[in-house]
Design a protein around this ligand. Sequence first.
Ligand code: BYC
Length: 320
Amino acid sequence: MMTAPAQAEEASFEATLARHDRIEPRDWMPERYRATLVRQIAQHAHSEIIGMQPEGAWITRAPSLRRKAILLAKVQDEAGHGLYLYSACETLGVSRQELTEKLIEGKQKYSSIFNYPTLSYADVGTIGWLVDGAAICNQVPLCRTSYGPYGRAMIRVCKEESFHQRQGFELLATMMRGTDAQRAMVQESVDRFWWPALMMFGPPDADSSHTAQSMAWGIKRDTNDELRQKFVDMTVPQARALGVTLPDPDLVWNDEKGGHDFTQPDWAEFRDVVSGSGPCNAQRVAHRRRAHEDGAWVREAASAFARRQQQEPQQQEAVS
Ligand code: BYC
């Protein structure tokens, strides 16, 4: 049986959600709400950090100084997104250290999309266009998520992701105005990334274990299928403007539903990738582990510096 103060806290939580107000870190929240947020925000933060790898691999091979500067800035933005999100997660009582350890021990997930390789320079453009495009569809509604620190982090992330999407589109448009070989490279890249991009929104609603509860709590504002549909409808005219063909012969406008019909991605492949057997899972996690271990001296030096900063005022007092 719940005590009267516990009932009052739960009623206040429910009333905040009903008013579409934010839940803030010091507010009472059900343990399952907190755990769901930690799961989703951690997964999101890890995606931003692991997501630096496939594009980062092209920094040394960018075809010009301008393209290199753009790519460096984009990859750095992703690091920034990871850091805002780890900070948002820390407000729920979990440290960044714990989250990083869970990632490298394979106990927390990151987006399936980053387990695919970047085989050509066109992939940099395709990731910007399709992957950041899918991220925008998913993340703009998250600016209105019920947990304050997550929603506020999303505002800046979305502004930067929109810019990333434009840069990807601009890169592909430039290549499409180039040689036949460049156009073929773009088409081949879009053929590879289309299906994994559709998977980014998660399993179909009927198979999604968390959507119903997350919608009831206002953590998610749309279902996986609703966002996937929005992404397809947004992307078709952009593909036409670019002059690329989306690799789905059954992709057609359906007047009755006011959206496109399209083929579902291979959900068995999605399950494999999410459970660790994708083309790059082992490589991505090993790289992250190595970077974490190589960075140990930086963390130690920063802690030693912070300790000295704390001690210095006392030492100065002792001298005077
Ligand atoms: N990949 O019940 P469901 C970026 C898991 S990075 C892997 O529908 P939920 C960028 C799911 O966790 C932006 N796993 O779950 C960076 C659950 O497993 P668990 C990435 C997935 O949470 C660099 C199970 O499947 N964006 O933009 O209600 C360069 C059942 O799913 C995936 C985010 O992280 C997946 N795709 O909905 C460029 C957005 N899908 O945890 C770009 C924030 C599902 O029970 N996250 N799973 O073991 C979300 O919006 C939601 O978590 C999802 C899934 C829509 C992804």
